[in-house]
Design a protein. Structure first.
Length: 398
């Protein structure tokens, strides 16, 4: 009996190791393939220096400036310092990067991407809580919940595929760029399957893009986290915005009638996309339509902490008449679709995607059970790059 109990403990420990390890180290062949794929994407995606999302290949200047917002970043600075204090020297060595390091641009939605930093799977409980405290200080309550729900749904995907090597709740990595400071530029990044947050800080200013969220499945119908569901308001509110348009506005808004595949344009390693405005201009909207558009944008911006979300929405509002709304796909209650909101200072893409890890459940056509969302700061300020450029111009660094 004692032998059986000991054997069960050994087996349990073995599976604990497997279930808490990350995809890049479980299988030698898989590791080599993942490394090759990742290197290929990085070489191609980082071949050009950062420029930013532009229209007609031209960056519009003068959109961003270093200025006081009146919203403190002290809680974020403290939480970042506390997180780093929770790490040992070796962990800090692989987690810390220079504020201007290309590591910012090395993120990817796909599960196979080989990431740097410290993984949630390898953290102690105290370190994991310190990491979540950093996210909690930086995000709104809604933003934190969305992030944690995405992580949970990645566990659901592992359950569906019976594959905890490639998927799982803790297969997410965090890095810190620069030294957390109330004056000098710095930031942090979380990177993993369907969740990427880039959070740049300069004084009391914050830029939280590129921001990628999504899931497959979007709603857990089975398993440990059954009932967990994300991005339903963004889906419903986007559809409501489309239905609020007049027939003439809809003709301009729809850029493709049929949605047969994936339409999102500015995911990983697409920092320099040349993207012209398309769809219907908010300059043609009534006051009620403009308010509805602002509420839709706010759903995405409100993933930031409340104070900085208000600052960003003020910036968005200034350019509302230069904001375009574009649509691909159907518009009935069960339709799959893509929509894009594009202005000089914000780009939002929402896309119902073709199943990848759930084809055996949901088929091969675009599905509401696989959603990708990306938020960008066009014209050179993703990762806070334009603010950092201005900072270095006035405060030269050796």
């Amino acid at each position: 009996m004692k032998y059986i109990f000991t054997s069960l403990v050994v087996v349990a420990l073995f599976y604990h190791i497997i279930l808490t390890s990350h995809a890049q180290v479980v299988d030698a062949g898989m590791k080599a393939n993942f490394e090759k794929l990742s290197k290929g994407f990085e070489e191609k995606g980082l071949a050009e220096p950062y420029k930013g999302i532009s229209e007609n290949g031209t960056i519009e200047t003068g959109l961003y400036s270093i200025e006081a917002t009146g919203v403190t970043t002290a809680p974020v600075v403290k939480a970042a310092k506390d997180f780093l204090l929770a790490l040992n020297k070796e962990e800090i060595k692989k987690t810390k990067y220079d504020v201007n390091d290309p590591e910012w641009r090395k993120w990817m939605n796909q599960h196979f991407y080989v990431r740097n930093g410290i993984g949630f799977y390898e953290m102690s409980e105290a370190q994991r809580q310190a990491a979540f405290n950093l996210m909690r200080a930086s995000l709104s309550a809604e933003g934190l919940k969305l992030s944690q729900d995405i992580m949970k749904l990645n566990h659901t995907l592992a359950e569906i595929n019976n594959d905890f090597q490639q998927y799982g709740e803790w297969l997410y990595w965090i890095t810190v760029m620069g030294n957390p400071s109330g004056k000098e530029p710095w930031g942090w990044q979380v990177d993993g399957h369907h969740l990427i947050i880039n959070y740049f800080v300069l004084g009391d200013q914050v830029v939280m893009t590129p921001f990628f969220v999504g899931s497959e499945p979007v709603t857990a119908e089975t398993g440990k986290y059954k009932g967990t569901s994300i991005l339903q308001r963004e889906q419903t509110s986007g559809l409501s915005m489309f239905h609020a348009l007049t027939d003439e506005q809809k003709k301009k808004c729809v850029i493709e009638l049929s949605k047969e595949g994936n339409n999102i344009l500015t995911e990983a390693f697409r920092d320099n996309v040349d993207l012209n405005y398309a769809g219907v201009s908010a300059s043609s909207f009534t006051a009620a339509q403009k308010e509805r558009m602002l509420e839709l944008i706010k759903l995405y911006v409100d993933n930031m902490d409340d104070g900085h979300a208000k600052v960003k929405m003020s910036e968005v509002n200034k350019h509302l008449d230069r904001t375009y709304f574009a649509w691909i796909g159907g518009s009935d209650d069960k339709a799959v679709f893509y929509y894009r909101i594009h202005s000089p200072v914000i780009l939002i893409e929402f896309d119902h995607q073709k199943p990848v890890g759930t084809r055996q459940v949901y088929g091969s056509r675009p599905s509401r059970q696989h959603i990708h969302v990306v938020v960008r700061t066009p014209n050179g300020n993703d990762y806070g790059k334009d603010l950092l450029r201005q900072h270095y111009f006035t405060h030269p660094h050796n």
